[in-house]
Design a protein around this ligand. Structure first.
Ligand SMILES: O=P(O)(O)OC[C@H]1O[C@](O)(CO)[C@@H](O)[C@@H]1O
Ligand SMILES: O=C[C@H](O)[C@H](O)COP(=O)(O)O
Length: 942
């Protein structure tokens, strides 16, 4: 007779330690029940890893599931695993029924990531129990210290549990007590205890594996010859002691009372029963452990071996208990602590299953990304940087840091209040639920015939919409998009001249509602609109996007703005583009927001908690940026974007600089720099090349290739189409948050922006009170250009008799690893850009350092944070000018020109306070002044 079948007579149930789809679908599982008397099945994360990651039969179901709607890897795994578990449960149901619920179970393990968390384990076990919804499911819960109370609670709720990762007898006893206590609780609630089953999975071979190694070590070191006979004996001895404990635990009066109510004892299930040492007989951990009321779960090979040549010796597990005790005693006497071994094995077991789960989810992630449209990214870096990133990835993987990040654990960063700023992680899904509101808003904009929308806002409230407008381009039949983020009077006039106010909808965007610029822009255009359409109708031309409860919300409601949209308070400005701050303008310019969010969601899922760090695109980019800056001093993130998505650079600048540049650390983004000979670039750079498919720029691609050949780290990202630009918003948000964690700062605050705001406020208050801002004396004047420097910078520069000499001296201070930034408080138009680009190019090639070109006050809400708070490696040239035509700010004594001057002054004084290398050049007239400046600069290089 088949030895497996004979086990029934010994009182032991053979279960199969294996699951795979074709075993169930191909009918083998049913045949085993018939042929072998198989009575149950167990699974674990390693088993599912082997099945789902490697077995071909999952392909079709995988594709079907993902094609019906994208899912993150955890959901895909669960869909497939639960499918198998349900199917196996159905095949095993007759066994369950025939044995009155004693046997016929299939087990599914809770996520090993939760093994040290009681509450999370309970929630997860309940969820799986519900999702499978089969009477013959056992949820596997590990016997960790945190697992024991979870077991008690779950049994108390009537959920059948397979307790796994049991190695030590005292732990087993605690588990049995938890089971009995849980049953009592269930019974006290009126539950039918006969419907609950439980097994205690007592691991065998892994114990020998460890103890044999220790014994062999001692033997090899010339230890006692008496140790040899102990090889391969510890695990079985330990199991025998556990069995003796079982008999005691399930015999007293307490147990008998439950038994009288129909309770099943919690059987010992021998797990880990395949021999790991090939020198041992392949049926070792089956034959020696046969006993009444036990289960042995065998992997297929062990089962085949036992079927082939196994001996079903009844009550083998009860033989020679004294001998077993003597073996354990002897081990202790020889300095081998079973307690230490079993304690370590639990931890190691959790780790092993977590690693298997990582591998499983990683394999699912790879298969998924081949099926969903996600922008591809490749990272090229030299061996040392690559190795350091791999090391960081390993650490993050082992620590489960991506999961912690998604769970809102502020310890991922500095432990400050980072957990309060993570709303951007879930915003795409949330906004998806509101696309109807945005569609109605878009319809109304179109229906009312608005020809222009003008967004008034700073930093995170304006840069994202600008990227969308420029990348998507003007859509026929929809309003033209404009944006104002400057207090320069000429810039305001230029905007106004481009608008037909009667057909303009203004979108005033400010999360805080208290930012100076959008408020004074609003005041100005409100008054212009009143003049144009009258006091009764002006507010019909205004939409507000602001956080709930802000002063701007109050104003918008009081004045009856046409629309008021709310942001999410737990999202900072620079992380807000995928919330209403980006989506409201997007809808108004005719972008299909629903499709945009659907495309974006693919990246969110690619970066989700269940994608292990080495497959997670946001994490890989973030670790590269963080590690390159922290360990390799490559902190200049140079952005090269193809023409169609060139504006992405300005958005990235704010995200990267304002998030990471603080406490003397951080990344310095470099956007829009001219492409120069490879020899010009220092070893302080990382290059990010973002290319829109079909928008390839020959020069850029070749340049990037040359940089990579020269050994610079290069990230290449292919944006599939403009609709997929949202994927880059999310990838970079995640990457920036992660780089911030590596650098060791809080990526969600902007402490140094506040410092210059305070200085600016003091100056605007002075104007408001009818005064004027103090004007310092220049250190030098030439034609219409005055050079200003504080005492420390003046002393460092020395005295010179030409502007070019001052410039030479100043920029001569920029060493390798430094950067030069031009901070121009002038109108941002094509002519000025071209003039300053020329200066920038010369500085870059001459000084061979990274260069940045910024316009004030726009950059104050962006890179300004890093310039003041980040590493002290910047050499700054501030450019101010007399404005030919000023503009009044309604309801204030100060004018726009005065506000701009106060902002420049506030900025400069904080830079000086932070001991930055900075000078100001003040131009009498902007056009001629820029020419003279360029000329002096050119001269300074000779
Ligand atoms: O949306 P708000 O509150 O007007 O802020 C605008 C910008 O100002 C800052 O708060 C500081 O510069 C940025 O982070 C933000 O994007
Ligand atoms: O429930 C089953 C266990 O997870 C399995 O038996 C472990 O076996 P192993 O030690 O061979 O991995």
């Amino acid at each position: 007779m088949n030895p497996l079948k004979q086990l029934a007579e010994t009182g032991q149930a053979p279960w199969l330690d294996f699951v795979q789809r074709d075993l169930i679908e191909g009918g083998e599982l049913a045949r085993m029940i018939e042929r072998d008397g198989l009575k149950g099945v167990t699974s674990n994360p390693s088993i599912f890893e082997k099945a789902i990651a490697h077995a071909p039969e999952y392909g079709a179901a995988f594709e079907r599931f993902v094609q019906h709607g994208d899912h993150e890897p955890m959901a895909i795994y669960e869909h497939l695993a639960i499918g198998d578990i349900k199917a196996a449960a159905d095949v095993l149901l007759p066994v369950y029924q025939a044995t009155n619920g004693r046997d016929g179970y299939i087990s599914l393990e809770v996520s090993p990531y939760l093994a040290m968390d009681t509450e999370a384990t309970i929630i997860e076990a309940r969820r799986l129990h519900k999702a499978v919804d089969k009477p013959n499911l056992m949820v596997k819960v590990p016997a960790t210290t945190a697992g024991i109370p979870a077991i008690r609670t779950l049994i108390g709720e009537g959920i059948s549990i397979n307790v796994t990762l049991l190695f030590a007898v005292p732990m087993y006893e605690a588990v049995a007590h938890a089971y009995i206590d849980g049953l009592e609780h269930f019974a006290a609630q009126g539950g039918d205890v006969s419907k609950i089953a439980s097994v205690a999975s007592f691991f065998v071979s892994r114990i020998d594996n460890v103890i044999d190694k220790q014994l062999q070590g001692k033997i090899d070191a010339g230890g006692d010859a008496a140790l040899k006979p102990l090889l391969g004996k510890a695990a079985i001895a330990n199991a025998k002691v556990a069995y003796a404990a079982y008999k005691k635990l399930f015999s007293g009066t307490k147990w008998q009372a439950l038994e009288a109510k129909g309770a099943h004892s919690q059987r010992l299930l021998w797990a880990s029963t395949s021999v790991k040492n090939p020198a041992y007989p392949d049926t070792l951990y089956v034959e020696t452990l046969i006993g009444r009321d036990t289960v042995n779960t065998m992997p297929p090979a062990t089962m085949d071996a036992f079927r082939d040549h196994g001996k079903a010796m009844p009550d083998a597990v009860e033989q020679d208990l004294d001998g077993a005790l003597a073996i354990l005693k002897s081990l202790e006497q020889h300095g081998i602590s079973l307690e230490t071994v079993t304690d370590d094995l639990v931890i190691d077991g959790v780790r092993q299953f977590a690693t298997a789960f990582d591998q499983l989810l990683g394999a699912v992630a790879v298969k998924r990304s081949a099926l969903v449209p996600v922008n591809e990214a490749t990272i090229e870096a030299d061996g040392a940087l690559k190795a350091a990133v791999a090391e960081a990835s390993k650490h993050w993987l082992a620590e489960g840091t991506i999961r912690k990040l998604w769970a809102g654990d502020k310890q991922v960063w500095t432990g400050a209040d980072e957990d309060k700023w993570l709303g951007w992680l879930d915003i795409v899904g949330q906004e998806h639920a509101h696309v109807g509101t945005l569609a109605r808003f878009a319809d109304s904009i179109k229906a009312q015939g608005f020809s222009h929308i003008a967004l008034l806002g700073m930093g995170g409230s304006s840069l994202g919409p600008e990227v969308l407008a420029r990348s998507f381009g003007h859509k026929a039949g929809w309003p033209q998009f404009h944006m104002l983020d400057s207090t320069d009077p000429a810039q305001i006039r230029t905007l106004e001249a481009a608008l037909d106010l009667k057909k303009t909808m203004f979108i005033v965007s400010s999360k805080s509602g208290s930012t100076l610029e959008p408020n004074i822009f609003l005041a100005y255009f409100k008054s212009r609109m009143i003049e144009t359409v009258g006091a009764a109708d002006w507010a019909k031309h205004f939409t507000a996007v602001t956080d709930p409860g802000s002063a701007m919300e109050r104003v918008a409601q009081h004045d009856r703005f046409a629309h008021v949209f709310h942001g999410v308070k737990s999202i900072g400005g620079r992380y807000s583009v995928l919330s209403k701050f980006g989506l409201v303008p997007a809808a108004a310019m005719g972008i299909d927001v629903e499709t945009f969010l659907t495309h974006t969601a693919h990246m969110v899922k690619s970066c989700s908690a269940s994608v292990p760090v080495d497959q997670n695109p946001g994490a890989q980019l973030g670790l590269l940026l963080g590690v390159a800056a922290k360990q390799f001093k490559r902190d200049k993130v140079t952005i090269i974007a193809s023409p169609g998505i060139a504006d992405l650079g300005a958005w990235l600048e704010q995200l990267i600089a304002e998030s990471t540049g603080k406490l003397g650390h951080g990344l310095i983004p470099v956007d829009g720099e001219p492409l120069e000979d490879v020899s010009v670039y220092g070893k302080d750079r990382v290059f990010a090349y973002l290319c829109l498919a079909g928008d390839e720029h020959k020069g850029q691609a070749a340049h990037v290739a040359a940089l990579a050949r020269a050994g610079h780290p290069v990230v290449r990202i292919m944006v599939r189409d403009v609709m997929s630009i949202g994927q880059e918003f999310f990838r970079w948000e995640m990457a920036t948050a992660i780089a911030g964690a590596v650098i060791g700062i809080n990526p969600f605050d902007q402490p140094d922006v506040e410092a210059s705001k305070i200085k600016t406020r003091a100056l605007t208050d002075a104007y408001e009170q009818g005064g004027s801002a103090p004007q310092g004396e220049p250190v030098f004047r030439e034609n219409g250009i005055a050079v200003f420097a504080d005492a420390a910078n003046a002393a460092a520069l020395g005295r010179h008799n030409s502007l070019s000499a001052y410039l030479k001296q100043h920029f001569g201070r920029a060493e390798a690893g430094d950067y030069i930034a031009i901070l121009a408080y002038i109108e941002r138009d094509k002519a000025h850009l071209a003039a300053l680009e020329g200066v920038r190019k010369r500085l870059m090639t001459h000084r061979k350092v990274a260069t940045c070109l910024c316009f004030g006050p726009r950059f104050l809400h962006s890179t300004g944070q890093a310039y003041k708070g980040g590493p002290n490696s910047g050499v700054f040239l501030q450019i101010t000018t007399d404005d030919a035509h000023d503009l009044p700010v309604p309801d204030h004594k100060y004018s726009f020109s005065q506000v701009k001057a106060a902002q420049a002054e506030g900025d400069l004084s904080v830079l000086v306070e932070r001991e930055r290398r900075v000078i100001r050049v003040h131009l009498k007239d902007v056009a001629s002044g820029l020419k003279d400046l360029a000329h002096a600069m050119e001269h300074s290089f000779h």
